[in-house]
Design a protein. Structure first.
Length: 299
């Protein structure tokens, strides 16, 4: 009998890597069919159609990676942030609940205020600073209220082949500018979407529930991350200047320190993601492999 796994947000940065990775732990020869939907197939803002579409395919597992992820945009569009990130999650949960489907929700380090001086555990109380963070926390609350065995995966500072992200932005700017100013007062763990997708698949496969923090190991500031990107891509002629978040003046406040402790993941599954610098090296090498002269890709 066919068992369906549905990814919502399948055309997003993480969603595309998930679609590549999930077929290994959920193979067709064990009866798994992996479906990927995005805004063209389902608009999770609409309750009735979201519930109906999920019920129609009777999935075993639903991964909700769809979100309004423009953190600064959320500040001026609070209604959309909550409709997509919180109410959207509620609608997905309602549709999944009636089929008894396992739900996985992607959440963020931005649920924390960044006042801690050591990595945040799953038990630390959220206190988001931004509209985006508040909307994602509300989404988490719906998962916890509506589902017995929902899985919430918090991750951070994502980059990968298929979306807008810091690594690609730095590589693009390095082609145009001699000096880059990068924020040096926020600390986190850059996380490669392929590594997150693999860990998520593992957690979904073993039917984990509750909250799990998943990120590449070690931490850095955006400034250090930027330096590493330039070094690994051979752009050492570009100078980087550290600046403060205040100088950058973004609309949304970010936590100054939002490293996620992944001890629970290690304890309960034996998984530890590799250091961010190793993952970044692989990512940059993968860009070179597809585009050795840097004509079309970010490199
Ligand atoms: N990026 C990060 O650094 C980061 C960090 C921590 C957690 N997360 C979480 O991880 C998840 C994946 O992030 P990502 O960076 O891969 O996001 P992304 O690239 O922005 O992908 C999200 C996808 O969801 C789609 N979408 C938006 N509104 C929708 C709706 N109403 N109905 C259905 N689909 C909709 C988007 O379509 P459009 O592009 O057409 O809008 C896009 O394809 C999100 O839940 C995010 O909150 C991200």
């Amino acid at each position: 009998m066919t068992k369906r796994l549905l990814v919502i947000g399948a055309k997003g940065m993480l969603g595309k890597d998930l679609m590549d990775v999930l077929r290994f732990p959920f193979p067709a020869d064990e009866g798994w069919e992996i479906l990927g939907w995005d805004i063209d197939e389902i608009d999770i803002q609409e309750e009735e159609s979201t519930v109906r579409k999920i019920e129609r395919i009777q999935p075993e597992i639903v991964i909700n990676a769809a979100a309004y992820t423009d953190v600064d945009g959320c500040e001026s569009n609070e209604e959309k942030a909550f409709t997509v990130n919180a109410e959207g999650m509620k609608h997905v949960a309602l549709g999944s609940r009636t089929c008894g489907a396992k739900v996985v929700y992607l959440s963020t380090d931005y649920v924390f205020d960044g006042q801690k001086k050591e990595p945040y555990s799953e038990e630390d109380p959220p206190h988001p600073l931004s509209v985006y963070g508040r909307s994602k926390w509300k989404g988490e609350q719906y998962v916890q209220e509506l589902l017995k065995d929902g899985l919430i995966i918090r991750s951070q500072w994502l980059y990968g082949r298929h979306g807008k992200n810091f690594v690609n932005a730095i590589l693009r700017q390095a082609k145009e500018k001699k000096v880059l100013s990068i924020v040096d007062d926020q600390v986190g763990s850059p996380t490669y979407t392929v590594d997150l997708a693999n860990a998520l698949s593992h957690l979904a496969r073993r039917r984990a529930q509750g909250i799990f923090h998943v990120a590449n190991s070690d931490s850095c500031t955006w400034f250090t991350f930027g330096q590493a990107i330039l070094k690994l891509s051979g752009r050492t002629e570009v100078k980087v200047v550290p600046i403060s978040s205040k100088e950058l003046g973004r609309p949304a406040a970010r936590p100054p320190y939002s490293v996620l402790s992944t001890q629970k993941l290690a304890r309960e599954t034996g998984l530890t993601l590799r250091p961010w610098s190793d993952a970044l090296r692989d990512y940059i090498q993968s860009l070179v492999a597809v585009d050795p002269v840097g004509k079309t890709s970010a490199l």
